[in-house]
Design a protein around this ligand. Structure first.
Ligand SMILES: *Cc1c(COP(=O)(O)O)cnc(C)c1O
Length: 955
């Protein structure tokens, strides 16, 4: 290499080189191992010729990292950061810098995966338990989950939960007219396919005579009105209906909790606990329920259990009731949630503590009360005497003039149907309040009005119960303590910043630092989702280009950027199919064919879209049984809505028959939903839109580099062919007339993280993306080649190739040695690795996906570990020790194993803790031994344990 190559082409190519793990020389060596002549030859052996993409991707010239950041600066400059007092569930907030840098900008947190392997996830599990504790305390309810996607979908989930548990048989649900409009819109979308009716009205007057299964009430209302909801809740209880309250967490620090008011369920957003608005997201929503409803709570719940030594350990509770088990009986499809944002919100509470949060709330309320006094003097009395942080005023004929003057002050007011809304927040200063008065025609000084103002929280609604009493919310007031607490937790976890995470179907690839940088710029972070469009020109330029690129990559004609996860994309895609059939007078088409190997979200989404699932068999080789598919398509020909198929298959193979499958379904009037979770095996090589699919979701948090955040955020935009484009989700803020309603609270979902995928594509270019796909496939075939002799690779195509992942099968070893897939997964921790995907899609197996970002050295380290584990199993087979006495069953080993005085195992400490030359200096130690799942589910503890347990754990 010459030292001074400066052409753009070379610097741009250098990002591709950074993103992709193996060097050119590695690639040569790996090709040799897999027995392929060239990368091209390997692709020819892997993908069916019939689906290969004809023309290369043309995405424009790739940019270098420096150029990409400069370009993002230009886009950012096209966004205007006004002070948004729009409210409607989104508030300005201050993310403490220590949390921004050490969590939001820290790969130890943002590159982690969902904590399915609890032993290597104790840090984020503790943070999530703090989140749940905070939600339980503030809502006054018994059990909370570890986040949902947004407030509007949380409301829809709560309605579904109520439907399951209500004693009222009516399929009608009551919604407070003082609800956020986007919440109502998302609930309408959800209710319609299930045949539920929504009744919108005033809960204090209209509820008594309504025959409803439950009701959603907002507290305080979207108008700002603070009402005593107790009579409404009593009326619901009298019927046997369920009461759900959508509550503002900051307000709850001062107000009687939903639980005290009698609610069964509380939902809402944790955004204003330090999470930037980000033009819509991502933010964590919450849900909390009474104890009796806990087993139906959607989403993930962190609970407490014990490890192999009986020490307390965190884990995900009740996993067996997750949607993937319930499949077509599921009432929720939530998979990826908002873990990183829930962690941030919980840390905001840890940072401020209960006094700090109350003080913030009192300040916000005080400013609002002062604002109200001034407005009254100006003849604009707020519509409600009682409020927390939001006022609605009828501006009459002067409305337009006031809005214009506010905009001239760089302030956005909330523009309701009848009233103007002004919502204050933590960032509101006296100067902001004075500017609002000016917009309304008054020139007061803040101090002058402040003096004569009294507060507006009614005595009967004031909080009297303590909250956040647990020590964790008291012990970290100094930044030093805070910093060390976050560091302590992240040190317990294994994320991509330590080792490869070979989770099949999850695509744990590089989340490059450059891709992450613009996310925390105020020009992307501080925009309220409902600002006037011209203030978000930079965002819209980015959306337009990203949509064009994604169309190019997939062969689809239109994209919706709205869905907040892959599963939400499935749901949106099925609603598009449903809308299409309805528009052609074929609403009776409700049958959805789904192969038995499908991801659990597929049938769950189909059930939510009002479809009936018919399961299609798979053949022994993992392929969809085309004969069975044909028979079922024929049988249901008149009623066939769709097939949902994953490609390449969940077995990690490009099936030859994909075109035929699409043709069969089309011939019977059905549509093809292609689950795009495995797009990382296709980008640049084949396009779903070309070989027969009508719609797909794209997990941007898999293929397009949004980090997994420990279980969210994610984005699941959908691509559709032109005939489905009219049925993409609408939104009251952008397109109220759309035939299909919104699936997310914000029109562009978690808009701010779209910057990550955008920059990735920008820096890779078409050639780079294709190269990434090829290397992802090469890496998977390399692992398959190295491991096959030790753990047979379960599925390959006719030419012996796998796609971007492979399933290895240790089941026969269970017979010969007793070893379980769990033993192997936990033993990998001792070798410093996160386990591959366990028991999906085939129980008892491991699915390995290396991605293109892992170097040959790391792949070898992983393969060496797997092979060493196979040797340990052989020792059990040979009778050196029983499986119960083996290092496999005792895995993972912890510091306790080293420190115990008595060691009476059948193997040495060194064999247990440092197998196969694991480094003694760089060893990852998980903090707990193997976690007992059954114990945790029997003894469900889902909020912070009492201090005595901590004392015990600290011993
Ligand atoms: C990850 C995945 C999904 C679900 O995506 P989420 O973003 O977690 O909702 C659906 N199908 C398949 C095959 C997946 O791997």
């Amino acid at each position: 290499m010459t030292a001074h190559r400066k052409s753009n082409g070379d610097t741009a190519a250098s990002f591709v080189r950074r993103h992709i793990g193996p060097s050119a020389r590695d690639v040569t060596a790996m090709l040799e191992t897999v027995g392929a002549k060239s990368v091209d030859a390997l692709m020819d052996e892997t993908l069916p010729a019939s689906i290969r993409q004809a023309a290369p991707l043309d995405l424009g010239k790739p940019l270098s990292e420096t150029e990409a950041i400069a370009h993002m600066g230009e886009l950012a400059a096209q966004n205007q950061v006004f002070t948004s007092l729009i409210g409607q569930g989104y508030s300005g907030t201050i993310l403490p810098a220590v949390i921004q840098r050490n969590i939001l900008e820290n790969p130890a947190w943002y590159t982690a995966y969902t904590p399915y392997q609890p032993e290597i996830s104790q840090g984020r599990l503790e943070a999530l338990l703090n989140f749940q504790t905070m939600i339980c305390d503030l809502t006054g309810l018994d059990v909370a989950n570890a986040s949902l996607l947004d407030e509007a979908t949380a409301a829809a989930e709560a309605m579904a939960l109520a439907e399951r548990h209500s004693q009222v048989k009516a399929k009608a649900f009551f919604v407070d007219k003082d609800i956020h409009p986007q919440t109502l819109a998302v609930m309408r979308t959800r209710a319609e396919p299930l045949g539920w009716t929504l009744i919108v009205g005033d809960p204090l007057t209209d509820l008594a005579e309504s025959d409803v299964l439950g009701a959603l009430l907002q507290y305080p209302g979207t108008s700002g009105a603070l009402r005593d909801l107790r009579p409404a809740i009593a009326a619901l209880k009298a019927k046997g209906a369920l009461a759900i309250i959508a509550a503002d967490l900051l307000a709850l620090t001062l107000l009687a909790s939903p639980g005290e008011l009698g609610a069964d369920i509380a939902i809402g957003s944790a955004q204003r606990f330090g999470v930037p608005m980000g033009y819509g997201g991502p933010h964590a929503a919450y849900m909390a329920v009474r104890d009796a409803l806990k087993r139906s709570l959607p989403g993930r719940i962190v609970g407490l259990s014990v490890d192999s030594r009986g020490m307390p350990a965190y884990r995900l509770a009740l996993q067996t009731r997750e949607q993937h088990i319930r499949r077509e009986k599921a009432t929720s499809n939530i998979c990826t949630a908002q873990v990183l944002l829930a962690v941030i919100a919980s840390m905001y509470a840890v940072y401020h503590g209960p006094e700090g949060l109350s003080q913030i709330a009192r300040n916000v309320h005080r400013r609002t009360a002062v604002l109200a006094s001034g407005l009254r003097k100006l003849g604009f009395a707020p519509q409600s005497e009682n409020f927390f942080d939001t006022l609605s005023v009828d501006a009459g004929a002067r409305r337009a003039e006031i809005v214009a003057r506010a905009v001239a002050e760089q302030i956005n007011l909330g523009i309701g149907d009848a009233a103007l809304r002004i919502a204050l927040d933590e960032t509101t200063t006296p100067a902001t309040v004075e500017a609002v008065w000016r917009a309304f025609g008054g020139t007061f000084a803040y101090a002058e009005i402040d003096a004569g103002t009294r507060e507006a929280l009614p005595e009967t609604l004031k909080r009297t119960t303590p909250f956040l009493t647990h020590p964790v919310f008291h012990a970290h007031r100094s930044e030093t303590e805070m910093l060390r607490y976050m560091r302590k937790l992240s040190d317990r976890d294994l994320a991509l910043d330590r080792a490869m995470i070979p989770l099949g179907s999850c695509t744990m690839k590089l989340n490059a630092t450059t891709e992450m940088m613009p996310l925390t710029w105020p020009e992307f972070g501080s925009l309220h989702p409902f600002v006037p469009r011209e203030q978000a020109s930079g965002y819209h330029a980015l959306f337009a280009r990203l949509e064009r690129w994604l169309c190019d990559i997939t062969g689809y004609d239109a994209i919706s950027l709205q869905p907040n996860s892959g599963a939400q994309g499935e749901y949106a895609g099925l609603l598009a199919i449903r809308g299409y059939h309805a528009a052609r007078g074929e609403s009776h088409r409700k049958i959805c064919l789904i192969p038995s190997s499908a991801h659990g979200t597929n049938p769950a989404s189909a059930a939510m879209a009002g479809m009936d699932v018919v399961v299609v068999a798979c053949e022994k080789n993992g392929d969809v049984d085309v004969g069975d598919l044909r028979a079922k398509a024929e049988k249901h020909s008149n009623d066939l809505a769709a097939v949902m198929i994953t490609y390449p298959s969940t077995h990690g193979v490009f099936e030859e028959h994909i075109r035929e499958i699409c043709d069969i379904v089309h011939a019977h009037g059905g549509q093809v939903y292609l689950d795009g979770a495995n797009l990382n095996a296709q980008v640049g090589l084949s396009r779903p839109g070309d070989y027969g699919a009508d719609v797909s979701h794209l997990n941007l948090h898999k293929t397009f580099c949004i980090p997994h955040g420990g279980g969210g955020p994610g984005m699941g935009p959908i691509g559709v062919k032109a005939h489905l484009a009219p049925f993409l989700p609408g939104h009251p803020a952008t397109d109220d007339e759309a035939p299909v309603g919104p699936v997310s609270a914000a029109p562009f979902g978690s808009a701010s993280i779209l910057t990550i995928s955008y920059i990735y594509i920008l820096m890779m270019g078409g050639e780079g993306l294709k190269r990434a796909t090829e290397i992802a496939i090469l890496n998977a075939n390399y692992i398959a080649a190295r491991l096959d002799a030790h753990f047979p690779v379960l599925y390959k195509n006719e030419k012996g190739r796998v796609a971007h992942e492979c399933i290895v099968d240790p089941r026969p070893l269970k017979t010969t040695s007793g070893v379980t897939v769990d033993d192997i997964a936990k033993r990998l921790i001792d070798y410093g690795f996160h386990a591959p995907t366990m028991s999906f899609p085939v129980p008892g197996t491991l699915m390995i996906e290396p991605t293109e970002s892992e170097s040959k050295a790391e792949l070898d380290r992983f393969c060496d570990a797997m092979i060493a584990i196979r040797k340990e199993i052989a020792e059990v087979e040979a009778g050196r020790f029983k499986i119960e006495a083996s290092p496999l069953r005792h895995a993972p080993h912890t510091v306790h194993d080293i420190a115990d005085d008595d060691w009476n195992r059948a193997y040495t400490r060194s064999e247990g803790c440092f197998p196969n030359g694991v480094s003694r200096t760089d060893k990852y130690w998980c903090p707990v031994g193997r976690v007992d799942n059954v114990y945790g589910d029997r003894n469900l503890v889902c909020s912070c344990p009492p201090v005595s347990d901590y004392a015990q754990a600290a011993e």
